[in-house]
Ligand binder design. Structure first.
Ligand SMILES: [Zn+2]
Length: 105
């Protein structure tokens, strides 16, 4: 698991406990059986229960050295912020853990 890359199976939540859902926008690298998450993906927080729910996530992407111009992947060290429908900053994304290895059969 190189560098703790995030995949669609990684659990991320907004500051209010809502699960952040990453929606891959194009085919990409498969990490441990799950698509890697890119900063350019679409992110939603469908179950945020804050009065003004988080509706999107934007990531602060550090410059990637030697990535060859591809889309930036995200790691457990990435920093993302949740925004509400009005564009208000809601807080940082909480990354619960790197993806688990192989799930049971
Ligand atoms: Zn929220």
């Amino acid at each position: 698991m190189p560098g703790g890359l995030l995949t669609v199976q990684t659990v991320m939540t907004c500051p209010h406990g809502g699960i952040v859902v990453a929606i891959p926008t194009s085919p990409r690298v498969i990490m441990a059986g799950a698509p890697a998450v890119y900063a350019t993906d679409t992110f939603m927080v469908p179950d945020c229960r804050f009065a003004q729910p988080c509706t999107t996530v934007r990531w602060q992407v550090a410059s990637q050295t030697g990535s060859g111009g591809g889309a930036a992947t995200l790691t457990v060290d990435s920093v993302g912020f949740c925004y509400g429908a009005t564009g208000a900053l809601q807080g940082a994304v909480l990354i619960q853990a790197a993806q688990s290895t192989v799930s049971g059969t």
